[in-house]
Design a protein around this ligand. Structure first.
Ligand code: 5GP
Ligand code: ZN
Length: 114
């Protein structure tokens, strides 16, 4: 837990999150301001600001969960594909300084990448 970290607060249950999946090292929940229906975030349970700060175990937990969720998220909203990505660092658009992988459902003809 890092003081004042939004996603640590969701991991710890101190603020509500719409949980999609739980694993020992990682948690998935719905994005509060979704770019598309079903927009999901996957985070390590242990606070890490950047990808380079993740332990090997936490990296495995996060990306294994991403891998497993891709078909589930796509099917849940009947999407045609997904954008999967990380904004790693403020310069890359990272607003919440706790590693998170975006799974953004995409639909044929929806107008291009967000
Ligand atoms: P970033 O720009 O850091 O890659 O993405 C941060 C994401 O966190 C955004 O997509 C934003 O909508 C989402 N977000 C911000 N505040 C909250 C919150 O309180 N709860 C949830 N579930 N998502 C949030
Ligand atoms: Zn955190």
């Amino acid at each position: 837990m890092s003081d004042d970290c939004l996603f640590c607060s969701i991991v710890d249950g101190d603020i509500p999150g719409r949980i999609v999946a739980e694993r020992d090292g990682a948690l998935a929940f719905l994005d509060a301001n979704p770019l598309a229906p079903g927009h999901t975030l996957v985070v390590p349970r242990t606070h890490a600001e950047r990808l380079d700060d993740l332990s090997a175990d936490d990296s495995r937990a996060v990306f294994d969960l991403v891998h497993d969720l891709v078909p589930d998220v796509e099917a849940a909203v009947d999407a045609d594909g997904l954008n999967v990505g990380v904004n790693d660092g403020e310069a890359a658009g990272q607003e919440v300084p706790h590693v998170h992988v975006h799974l953004v459902p995409r639909f044929e003809g929806d107008g291009g990448a967000p």
